[in-house]
Design a protein around this ligand. Structure first.
Ligand SMILES: [Ca+2]
Ligand SMILES: [Ca+2]
Length: 200
């Protein structure tokens, strides 16, 4: 039988089973350990499930890029069919600055490649198959993006995260248009990008 060599002035190390005196874990300690592990699993499993389901950064990054590309395209168009780039004198319910009235929301008979003002994009709805600003088609399965353009009164509540409609939506022409691009993603999530374009 192997004997441990003991140097002078030292004590032999007790084995793990010997460290608790008469030995090992008691039944009470084992039960307490099982109970603690059960509580931890109740907390951690739903947390891990939520992270794995909702935290796919690739899906979200694609969705943001999809929405932002369309928003950039829209915001680079004229304010109204009758204005030059950057806006121009028009008559609205909020100001009288010219001889021409601001137009109704929507395209003036144009098709997508010929859209030239922001409200032409109202009701645009693409799903799975999209067109970029150069009129080049591309596919992104499971995604959808939709556009809403509305006249918005300039003198009411601010737009905030909790109040995405912001000011009162106006049926008649005002000096401001609200452009919303909603993106639905394959993981079931959605978000909306909202921008305002003013006619100065
Ligand atoms: Ca137009
Ligand atoms: Ca238009």
């Amino acid at each position: 039988m192997r004997k441990e060599k003991i140097l002078p002035g030292t004590k032999p190390h007790p084995s793990p089973l010997e460290s608790h005196g008469s030995g090992g874990f008691s039944l009470l300690e084992l039960v307490m350990t099982i109970i603690i592990l059960s509580f931890l699993s109740l907390i951690l499993i739903p947390l891990l499930q939520s992270i794995s389901k909702g935290g796919d950064p690739v899906i979200r990054a694609r969705g943001v890029a999809l929405g932002q590309a369309l928003m950039d395209e829209i915001m680079n168009k004229k304010w109204d069919e009758a204005t030059p780039m950057g806006g121009g004198p028009l008559n609205t319910t909020e100001s009288v600055r010219g001889s021409v009235a601001a137009g109704a929301i929507g395209a003036e008979g144009e098709i997508r490649p010929d859209y030239d003002d922001v409200d032409d994009y109202d009701t645009l709805d693409e799903q799975d198959n999209f067109v970029d600003q150069d009129n080049t088609p591309f596919s992104l399965k499971g995604y959808r993006r939709r556009v809403t353009v509305t006249y918005i009164a300039s003198n009411t509540a601010n737009i905030t995260a909790g109040n995405p409609v912001g000011s009162k939506l106006a049926a008649a022409a005002t000096d401001t248009k609200r452009v919303a691009v909603r993106v639905d993603m394959p993981n079931g999530e959605n978000f909306s990008l909202v921008s305002l374009k003013c006619n100065f």
